[in-house]
Design a protein around this ligand. Sequence first.
Ligand code: ATP
Length: 259
Amino acid sequence: MNVTERPPRGGPRRVTVVLDAVTKVYGRGEGQVRALDQVSLGLPEGSFTAVMGPSGSGKSTLMHCAAGLDAPTSGQVTLVGRPLAGLSEDALTELRRDQVAFVFQSYNLVPTLTVTQNVALPMILSGRAPDLRRVEQAIARVGLAERAAHHPGQLSGGQQQRVALARAIATGAAVLFADEPTGALDTVTAAHILGLLRAAARDTGQTIMMTTHDPVAASYADQAVFLVDGRIADRIEHPTAEAVAGRLTRLAPPRLAVR
Ligand SMILES: Nc1ncnc2c1ncn2[C@@H]1O[C@H](COP(=O)(O)OP(=O)(O)OP(=O)(O)O)[C@@H](O)[C@H]1O
């Protein structure tokens, strides 16, 4: 893998996430499913990648392997320069805690905690004193400074997702994995969240991998990667929604509807 594969701003950018011939097989015998098949992919620091493909094509599996939540059957994943295969369970947990953040479709906020407390939670759980300035900055960045003392139940879906995003930004993690982050949101709110994700990549240098079924969401990314049957079937740099929709129609088997 070429580690300087993108034109840099002021110097070569390191590749934060590297998947090298990653294969993931679930089950055995006749029930065996090859969810990923020899997938190689490099995500440069500060890049924003959309992973697309029909239902069951391996998007979640790819994300779980890239984040060190699931071990590949064969192949290598390297996160922030550390090959995951060689790490002990403790070292892997520590690496995930310090370098990886998640945003999910379902927000995953703690209802009994305020916005500030939710954003500070990963720091508290990792045994560190929460950096309140950083927490406040992240909340301000997503435009919720005036809601810092509110609870998730007092916020709209889009506002809750902004809290989840602030939580991911505040950790300072090198890589942010977003699993269908706008799947439950209307188009205007989704556009706001996607703009914030793009800004996080551009301004804070976080590397973002997002799964999505939505061509418009993918158009916010620097590149769209298309999975079909666990393989990378195509890739578009600087994708437009039209180009992505066209590629999905061509790549998806006719019997499968692309959600
Ligand atoms: N724990 C598991 N055990 C067995 N098979 C699994 C497991 N997890 C996923 N699979 C299978 O692996 C394949 C890829 O699944 P994956 O969830 O990665 O797809 P996806 O593209 O994220 O789908 P969707 O868009 O529907 O969320 C599917 O055939 C799925 O049934």
